[in-house]
Design a binder for this molecule. Structure first.
Ligand SMILES: NC(=O)c1ccc[n+]([C@@H]2O[C@H](COP(=O)([O-])OP(=O)(O)OC[C@H]3O[C@@H](n4cnc5c(N)ncnc54)[C@H](O)[C@@H]3O)[C@@H](O)[C@H]2O)c1
Length: 384
């Protein structure tokens, strides 16, 4: 019999993220055997009984629910994992926290700062362990960037540049709303690329380079009307299809961010580059096992960009996987986030980013949207 403590998971939503999280819960104990807690896939919740049961059978959940309120009311659930569209995060998270459950929530925390605040309040009042899935932090190459910056390798930082480019909404025939397309419907998503994609870039940026003080942004909605799958009627599109903003960080460096779903040829190209006094770093999601590094202090004749293959056992998380030189993938960022959550739980510590930290990212997203609307600079009010 296992000596591990059980952490009984109740997950809501079995789409894209439901799969990545389920995979991570199943893998984590195999690769992080030292953890005190072992996740148990206790229940999966979806609205359609047949499809939810099929998911439970495929991924090994012990039971199903078709009403998330019933899931939260169960005594045999310790932690609620929220993998639903953005408009459902607040209600589920608040109810789960009030029921004394731990809460792991997908990003963005909510649609707006006002919607997120009672979530943070409920979590803090209940004092329950919590985390928000800004999972890119947990890729070994991105964690290595953090370690190099914290070790002072870059020196004073001048520039932070990030892009998140996609091309899947270019067709005007694509409807908005409903399964697979809720991201185009402002009522469900809260915003377009700003909350969906830039939220990731902002979280990584503040984690690596500190708080964002103020922003100046522009957004565009290229396709103004789309058929709504709910009504069958053409309706105005109110999400941002593209967003660019520049900003000041608290440390005096300048930031430049761009995201769009109209960059033909790019499927999910998240990149960042950081330029410091001594050194620079470049990173690219399509080559996620690598970190590019340039150090001006190298001998001039040998100086140049190094491409670090972040797969050695002394690289972050990599001692848990295969042998040096062998790559890992996107899904490992979720395994690492859950491993970090379980580790923090064992130690009685918070697992970053917490709801409170994710609310700071929400503030930047909101300031970006307000700035674009008002065509003026906005303070973010971030306290990082
Ligand atoms: N961390 C990341 O990199 C990342 C990537 C993709 C999505 N996300 C976030 O994850 C969340 C889910 O996105 P997704 O891509 O998995 O969406 P999805 O459309 O693939 O899945 C959403 C799921 O929620 C279910 N659902 C909706 N309303 C429900 C309700 N009332 N009760 C129970 N289930 C309900 C749907 O049936 C579906 O199974 C979003 O907040 C999104 O922003 C994060």
């Amino acid at each position: 019999m296992s000596s591990k403590k059980e952490l009984r998971i109740g997950m809501v939503g079995y789409g894209f993220m439901g799969r990545t999280h389920s995979n991570a819960y199943r893998r984590v104990g195999n690769f992080f055997p030292e953890l005190e807690y072992q996740p148990i896939l206790k229940a999966i919740c979806g609205r359609n009984q047949e499809r939810t049961q099929a998911f439970a059978d495929q991924w090994g959940y012990e039971s199903i629910e078709t009403d998330w309120k019933k899931l939260i009311a169960r005594d045999d659930i310790d932690a609620v994992d929220i993998c639903t569209p953005n408009n459902m995060h607040a209600e589920i998270a608040i109810a789960a926290a009030e029921a004394g459950k731990m809460v792991l929530c997908e990003k963005p925390l909510a649609r707006t700062v006002a919607e997120a605040q009672p979530m943070v309040d409920a979590i803090e009042k209940a004092g329950v362990p919590n985390t928000v899935y800004f999972n890119y932090r947990r890729l070994p190459s991105v964690t290595l960037a953090k370690q190099l910056i914290d070790a002072g390798k870059l020196g004073r930082i001048f520039h932070y540049r990030a892009n998140f480019l996609q091309d899947w909404t270019i067709s005007p025939e694509l409807p908005q709303g409903g399964e697979g397309l809720w991201r185009l419907d402002n009522a469900a998503a809260g915003s377009g690329v700003t909350g969906d994609l830039l939220a990731h870039c902002i979280d990584t940026a503040m984690w690596l380079n500190g708080g964002i003080k103020d922003v100046s942004a522009m957004t565009e909605t290229f396709i103004k009307e789309r058929v709504h799958t709910g009504t069958g009627e053409k309706q105005e599109v109110t999400i941002d299809d593209a967003c660019m903003f520049h900003c000041h960080f608290d440390n005096g460096s300048l930031g430049l961010f761009e995201s769009t779903r109209y960059a033909r040829g790019h499927k999910a190209l998240y990149t960042f580059e950081i330029n410091g006094e001594h050194a620079s770093i470049k990173w690219n999601l399509h080559d996620l096992n690598r970190l590019e590094y340039f150090d001006h202090r190298d001998e001039s004749q040998e100086r140049g960009w190094r491409s670090i293959h972040v797969t050695d056992s002394d690289h972050p998380y990599m001692d848990k996987w295969w042998v040096p030189g062998l790559s890992i993938g996107y899904e490992h960022s979720f395994v690492h986030q859950i491993a970090d959550f379980l580790k923090a739980l064992g130690e009685g510590k918070p697992c970053s980013p917490t709801f409170k930290e994710a609310q700071e990212t929400q503030k930047v997203c909101e300031a970006v949207l307000e700035s674009a609307k008002a065509k003026s600079w906005k303070d973010t009010g971030v306290n990082w």
